[in-house]
Ligand binder design. Sequence first.
Ligand code: GLY
Length: 444
Amino acid sequence: MPASNSHPEMSRLRVLVIGGGGRDHALCHAFAVSPRLAELHVAPGNAGIAQFATCHPDVDLGDLDGLVAVAIQLAPDLVIIGAEDLLVAGLASRMAAAGLTCLGPSGAAAQLEGSKRFAKQLMERAHVPTPAWRSCDSVEAAHAAIEELGGAVAVKADGLAAGLGAFVCPTPALAREAVEVLMVERRFGVSGDRVLVEQLVTGEEASVMAIVDGSSVVPLPAARDYKRLGDDDAGPNTGGMGAYAPSAELDPAEAARLARAVIQPIVDQLREAGTPFHGVIYAGVMLTSDGPQVLEYNSRFGNPETQALVRVLDADLLDLLDRAAHGTLPTDVDVAATGHAVAVCVAAEHYPTLQLEPQPVRVTGLDAARAIDGVELFLGLATRVDGSTDEIDALGGRVVTVSAWAPQLELAIERAYAAATHIRVPGRQMRTDIGQAGLASAAR
Ligand code: GLY
């Protein structure tokens, strides 16, 4: 949400981050080294963030009133909201109504992620290339769309589904199964009452992100996400099991050109509609042999892309986000990358199944993992065990993201896995091929 149009050059900031997962931990890690940071508060935060920031663990992420109350009490210079469900629920709008400067789109602008149909309609108006699609409000309509689009399709819940509501279906039978899961079983509740059926396109994926101030965009280096649970893209879709940055398919200059081509027109459309977007837009792009096709937009930083991205950014991220909140981003800046980073998610046994009543799981081996050169650990929602830095009780599915930096991608991969093997969680799930696509691409 916009603040007044003045930007207090280089003033030092008291910052409140709303969140407590791996992406939020990574953002806080970047803010902690910013010369512009005066004080860092995080609500609720987690056991890792608490090592260097003031956490406010008593507030629940589902309690919007409580989050606004914490913000009013702290009166920070800048509030940054990490998660899409909070943005779509209008938390940034509420922070702005309370007189706070908040980086994050209004509930109306966050519909870019909150409704896949809304995003597709915007793409059509903005002439952004995207695969053919149909919006379906009934099982019958979805079955007809699957046939019409040739049988090889993606079936997606229209609404939010914790990153788990998209099904890649190479055959009509699999597509009909996905419709069953979303519209009949209603595994993601009302989010699946409308589905989008989209023609399947193939190629290399890229996560293209830009910081947005309502009018201008500052592109970031692209990352590559690994969405399937298993190696070689086997198994179900997840929120992302790992990432590396910068993408080997799109160097930062190419990523910047692509971001300007597929994000700027969306920003223009939203501004013209009277719902300007302040925050981060993340375009999920498929680089096909016929050129890039945008699959979806997210209204926030990617998770786990951010856990890799913050390690390579050649910029003061906090400064850019503050400028975005004030509508004063520079118009001619692309952010470069230094070195390479690989983020490997270590997940609990149940992931990616959603738990209605999440039970904590014990995670150990963090100290040995942190001791590896170039490695940072970004934790999911977790509390420390008896003050130990080695053990946590974690609540989420992706319990720890191991983020390794190195001058070369190959070394970053080596470091990430040397660290990740130390981390123990019952029924541990972890891909062993994060970053390999980058090595293969560089070798071509
Ligand atoms: N990594 C995918 C997402 O953040 O939605």
